[in-house]
Design a protein around this ligand. Structure first.
Ligand code: 13P
Length: 301
């Protein structure tokens, strides 16, 4: 199963492939088991910030853990956020990470040049797309600012939504996709990331809303699948309408991490108990929230 084709098929059927972040290696097994038991399809993914600030160790360690439990036809391995400028505003040798991910067997990659001016974001994305396409895999990119990973307080959520701070601009998106050749575009349409800096990471995320009309307009302009980052805690109706309007991949991190961490804490570090709690949470997310039970059968038709 190829990631590019899977996301394209999801889009054609107005469905969506969730991509679950695994900041702890022991999250990989229950996430995969939940996807298989729902007869669904999902990605397992890791971002650089997660192996740096949590316990996933490295992209290679996540790939090794994934290899142990993966299930062909149900799961895919994706490399999430490799920033060009990171959340602490440091330059990153992004191509080195992307090359390592190709060698480790990742099936799709994301380069995140969203903290750069448009021209430079196009230039770095083109470079990443070339690498990914030579390896025969898909490349996701980001345009607009999905806030939350930075190490500082965010403005109140309603203020972000009302002022459309960081929202992806349609004309820029059209040009960006045409010139960069990216496979999928991560957009800012009311979504925010759950915060991960030490001081904020245990907070409950504010419930986000989506500007569904803007999603529709962006999708019509770029004609490629859109990606929604910050998938935790978004109003369900907005998610379902957003999928119908053009979202075909949704990233989910905070609500799974906080479920896992809370269970670990309650169980005095008992990993299998936390894995069990996470397993049920992922199943509920797939079944009740995304209505993705049996997605595997739907996409193979
Ligand atoms: P949340 O942590 O808000 O679910 O966002 C996850 C994400 O977008 C990872 O790229």
């Amino acid at each position: 199963m190829k990631a590019e084709e899977t996301v394209r098929k999801a889009r054609e059927q107005e469905a969506c492939i969730p991509a679950f972040n695994v900041p702890y290696l022991s999250m990989v097994k229950p996430v995969i088991q939940a996807v298989v038991d729902e007869n669904s399809i999902a990605m397992v993914q890791i971002a650089r910030v997660e192996w740096e600030k949590f316990e996933a160790e490295s992209l290679e360690r996540v790939a090794e853990e994934y290899e142990k439990y993966k299930k062909e036809g149900y799961t895919l391995l994706h490399l999430d956020h490799i920033p060009v400028i990171d959340e602490d505003y440091q330059q990153v040798d992004y191509m080195a990470f992307l090359e390592r991910a190709v060698r480790a067997g990742y099936q799709s990659l994301m380069v995140d040049g969203s903290r750069l001016p448009l021209e430079e974001n196009i230039r770095v994305t083109k470079e990443a797309v070339r690498l990914a396409h030579e390896a025969g895999i898909a490349c996701e990119a980001e345009l607009g600012a999905v806030m939350g990973h930075e190490n500082r307080e965010m403005p109140p959520y309603e203020e972000i939504f009302a002022s459309r701070t960081g929202f992806t601009k349609t004309e820029e998106a059209e040009r960006f996709v045409k010139e960069s050749g990216c496979s999928w575009l991560s957009v800012a349409v009311g979504n925010v990331h759950g915060q991960i800096a030490e001081a904020f990471r245990d907070r409950k995320k504010p419930q986000a809303r989506l500007d569904v009309e803007h999603i529709r307009e962006l999708h019509q302009a770029v004609q490629i699948p859109l990606v929604l980052h910050g998938g935790s805690g978004v109003r369900q109706q907005d998610i379902l309408e957003g999928i119908a309007a053009g979202i075909a991949k949704i990233n989910v991190g905070t609500e799974l991490r906080q479920t896992y961490e809370a269970a670990l804490k309650e169980g005095d570090g008992d990993v299998s108990c936390a894995q069990d709690r996470l397993y049920h949470r992922v199943r509920a997310y797939i079944a009740d929230y995304l209505h993705n039970t049996d997605l595997k059968d739907r996409l193979s038709q």
